[in-house]
Structure formats: structure tokens, C-alpha cells
Design a protein around this ligand. Structure first.
Ligand SMILES: Cc1cc2nc3c(=O)[nH]c(=O)nc-3n(C[C@H](O)[C@H](O)[C@H](O)COP(=O)(O)OP(=O)(O)OC[C@H]3O[C@@H](n4cnc5c(N)ncnc54)[C@H](O)[C@@H]3O)c2cc1C
Length: 435
């Protein structure tokens, strides 16, 4: 076992480091770049290539307006009906249903008016500076070309959906998010590829897109290496507290660290469970279909509202992405779900072609209250966490990194970290016992 000295640890050949970050998805990578800007020595540990999992295939949409939890009470009420259609926008695989029951109960509790308004408040605080918080990270990594701020549209085919989406505008504005209702003609002026029967759209001028989420992750990884950080291709199997620091068992030998951050997306709960943290994290899988020769072009992300999925122009083609499938993390993908995205997109984008299309599935790490877990572990010194970013991990990776860096460096954070603390689940367990 390496001897752990806690003084000025750098990344040593013996496997020691100052700050070990478990995972190398976009959340971990943004944090690594951020901590290096703060002068920290970091080591990322992941058995896979950086940003090659969920952070590779997402819709590339930086959505400041994502302040409402994706799983609404209305959706939960419609769940039995939705589940009857195996190719519908939301499915629960039967083998996963037992995991969904306790999670669903917590979700229903989080959907009551009082907790819901606190959740919306917290998501709004996180999303407000989501795009601007990327700036220093992009500059550090020479990756400014990866994010394009040209706004986004939520496109509605029916007047009823447009009314429903536009009804959220006052609430968005109250939280500092600019959103405008536009009619079909204006939507088509902005995006001529849209069908002529579009009822209208909600335009978010400050939203952005990532032109290639995988390439952004690779740039961040290169930057971490170039600034003296280490990326170790290894799986962490166990965390042991050792004095003031940590010893990590990994598939390629032990690593000693002064501080550890668990940022392993959907797998984070498995690493924290042996230390006594019970976390209701589930696999909310989603799909994409990449169209390299779509023959239809968009200039900004368009979220198609019936049912909800995104079409984002990227380097390499048009990416259709979305749908929800609650299933075991490593269950085989269902290619039909990727293909379905094409069928859903054609009415919005006539003339869309699918030659050369590629399919993909990724796992959103989702907590029942839709808030990510960002903070310091309450039961252990020098243990931190940053995971559970569900549908908005790309959007909020940089602001999460900023918040966690503030917590780690014991600075006054720019936003309130309390709603993101994991203890919210512990408290609820003890409340339940007391009730
Ligand atoms: C279809 C789809 C579309 C999406 N679209 C958007 C979008 O447009 N905008 C947006 O903001 N978000 C979007 N998301 C969500 C976003 O992609 C995720 O929230 C985000 O990628 C999560 O990043 P992460 O770094 O937490 O997890 P991941 O990218 O999953 O990374 C976790 C890493 O941890 C590693 N790991 C696991 N176990 C261990 C271990 N034991 N030791 C070491 N490493 C380990 C894994 O190998 C993995 O590389 C979308 C998701 C999906 C599925």
C-alpha cells in the first residue's frame, strides 16, 4: 500500500494524488478543469475513455430553461397508459419495476406544491449561469469553438401544446430566464426546415448547443493532461478512509488521495453504499439516432414538444435524442427506440433522410427530486460528490463544478448548496421513521 502524506500531494508515480475524481464523464471533466484553475493537482479515474458514455451521446443542448423536473405529477398519473405502448416515449422494463416503486413514491412526494417550488428554485439557480460558467473552462481548454450560443426553440405542432408551453413563460421570466412565444411563421423564418403546419414555438435566445459533446469531453481531458493532471484508465472498486485522506482500491492497484470526489454518473451510489450512504439513484436511459446525411438542416437545437425529443445540429450530422426507458443500467439497448426518433421527427422536419444513421443508448443518473447531488459527504472528511444530473448534466456540468469547487475550497458559494446536499434523502428516511 502506498504511504499517504497529506502535505502538498501532487500526482506521484506511486499512485498518490491531491484530489482523486472518480469518473471521467462531462461532470467529472468539468470539475477537473475547474479545480486545476484553482491550482489543484487532480487525477481522474475511469475504466473507459473520457466522455465516452452518457456524456458522449446526449442531445448537446445547453438549456437554461430546464427548471422544471422532467417527471411531472401529470406524467406519473399517465404512467400506466404510457407503459402500455412499448415504443412510446416512456417505458419501464418489467425487470426494473421493483426499483421504480420506492423511487416513484419519492417522486410523488417531491411533486407536492411546496417541495416542487423549492426544487424549481434550486434548478433555476443552477441553470441561470449554466452557459456563462462554461466560459473559463472553455478558455482553459482552448475549446471555445465547442459551444455555440444561438438560442433554441421548443417547437409545437398543435395550438394546445403551444398554449401549454407558453404558460410557463411567466415562471421562467420570474427566474431570470428569457423566453418568448413565437408563431409558426416566425419559427419557420428562424428554422426554414420546419414543417408548414407548425403552430408555433417558445424561443430561448440565451440557450446554447455543444457542437460535439464527445469532442468537448476529449478537449477537457487533453487540457487536464496538458496542465499536469492524470487520467488513469481504471475502475475504482472500493473507498477506504485512511487518516485524513483516502485509499482507493482500483482494478489496476491502489491510489492514495487527500480528497476524493465521486462523480461516476449512474454508478456513484454503488461506490458510496459501502460507506453507509443510501442513495435513490436510478437508470433513466435515453436514446439517440445520428443522421449524417439528414438532408435537412437546423441552426439551433429544436425540442419537439409532441412527444418531447430534441433535434440538434452537430458536427457529423443532425442528432435526434430523447425518450425515457427505465431499465437496468447494463440491459441491452432496444434499437427500435432509436429508430422511433426518426418516425417522430419526420412530421416536424419533412424531407428528413436516415441514410447512414447510427443508434446509441445512454444512462441518465436520476434522483427522484430531479436535483443533482453536489457537496461534501456528511459522514466522512475529504469526501465529496457530484452526480445525479439526470436530463441536464451537460447544461449544468460547469456550474456544478463551480459550486463544488467553492465547497471544497471552503469559499462562500455563488449559489446556495443546501438543496443539492445528499442528506436530503437521509433526513427523509428519518422523517419517515418518525412518522
Ligand atoms: C438521450 C440523452 C440525451 C441527453 N441530452 C442532454 C442535453 O441535451 N443536455 C444536457 O444537459 N444533458 C443531456 N443529457 C443528460 C446528460 O448526458 C447526463 O446528465 C450527463 O452526461 C451525465 O454526466 P456524468 O459525467 O455524470 O455521467 P457519465 O457520462 O455517465 O460518466 C460517468 C463515468 O463514470 C465512470 N465510472 C462508473 N463507475 C466507475 C468506477 N467504479 N470507477 C471509475 N469510473 C467509473 C463511467 O465509466 C463513466 O465514464 C442527455 C442524456 C441522454 C441519455
Amino acid at each position: 500500500m502506498p504511504t499517504l502524506s497529506l502535505d502538498n500531494l501532487t500526482n506521484g508515480p506511486d499512485g498518490s494524488c491531491d484530489t482523486a475524481i472518480i469518473g471521467a464523464g462531462i461532470v467529472a471533466l468539468a470539475l477537473a478543469v475547474r479545480l486545476q484553475l484553482e491550482g489543484r493537482h487532480v487525477m481522474l479515474l475511469d475504466p473507459k475513455e473520457p466522455a465516452s458514455g452518457t456524456s458522449f451521446g446526449n442531445a448537446g443542448y445547453l438549456s437554461r430553461g430546464s427548471i422544471f423536473p422532467p417527471a411531472s405529477p401529470e406524467m406519473m398519473r399517465r404512467l400506466p397508459q404510457l407503459m402500455l405502448d412499448p415504443s412510446g416515449p416512456l417505458v419501464i422494463r418489467p425487470s426494473y419495476a421493483h426499483r421504480m416503486v420506492p423511487w416513484g413514491i419519492r417522486l410523488m412526494a417531491a411533486s407536492r406544491p411546496k417541495p416542487l417550488s423549492r426544487i424549481v428554485e434550486a434548478l433555476a439557480a443552477l441553470c441561470r449561469d449554466a452557459v456563462t460558467s462554461y466560459r473559463p473552462l472553455l478558455a482553459a481548454a482552448g475549446a471555445e469553438d465547442m459551444i455555440d450560443v444561438r438560442g433554441s426553440l421548443v417547437v409545437c405542432r398543435t395550438q394546445a401544446t403551444l398554449e401549454q408551453k407558453a404558460a410557463a413563460i411567466p415562471m421562467l421570466r420570474k427566474h431570470g430566464i428569457v423566453a418568448e412565444r413565437i408563431d409558426g411563421a416566425e419559427a419557420r423564418r428562424m428554422e426554414p426546415a420546419l414543417a408548414t403546419d407548425i403552430a408555433g414555438a417558445v424561443y430561448f435566445p440565451d440557450n446554447a448547443r455543444c457542437v460535439s459533446p464527445g469532442a468537448l469531453g476529449a478537449r477537457f481531458a487533453e487540457s487536464v493532461r496538458a496542465k499536469g493532471g492524470t487520467l488513469r484508465q481504471t475502475a475504482v472498486t472500493k473507498l477506504h478512509p485512511q487518516g485524513e485522506g483516502w485509499l482507493l482500491d482500483t482494478s489496476t492497484g491502489p491510489v492514495a488521495a487527500r480528497q476524493v470526489v465521486v462523480a461516476a454518473g449512474r454508478w456513484s451510489d454503488e461506490l458510496l453504499a459501502p460507506l453507509g450512504y443510501t442513495i435513490p439513484l436510478i437508470s433513466e436511459r435515453g436514446y439517440h439516432l445520428m443522421l449524417p446525411r439528414a438532408e435537412v438542416s437546423l441552426s439551433r437545437p429544436c425540442v419537439m414538444a409532441e412527444p418531447f425529443f430534441a433535434a440538434t445540429p452537430m458536427r457529423g450530422g443532425l442528432r435526434l435524442a430523447g425518450t425515457v426507458e427505465f431499465a437496468n443500467t447494463d440491459a441491452p439497448m432496444n434499437p427500435r427506440r432509436s429508430d422511433k426518433l426518426y418516425e417522430l421527427a419526420v412530421p416536424y422536419l419533412p424531407g428528413l433522410r436516415r441514410e447512414g444513421a447510427t443508434r446509441w443508448m445512454g444512462v441518465r443518473p436520476s434522483l427522484p427530486d430531479a436535483l443533482p447531488a453536489i457537496g461534501a459527504a456528511s459522514g466522512h472528511r475529504n469526501l465529496f460528490y457530484c452526480f445525479g444530473h439526470q436530463h441536464i448534466g451537460l447544461t449544468t456540468a460547469a456550474i456544478s463544478a463551480q459550486l463544488l469547487a467553492d465547497v471544497m475550497l471552503q469559499r462562500t458559494p455563488s449559489l446556495d448548496p443546501a438543496p443539492f446536499n445528499l442528506d436530503r434523502f437521509r433526513r427523509r428516511q428519518s422523517d419517515a421513521r418518525a412518522a
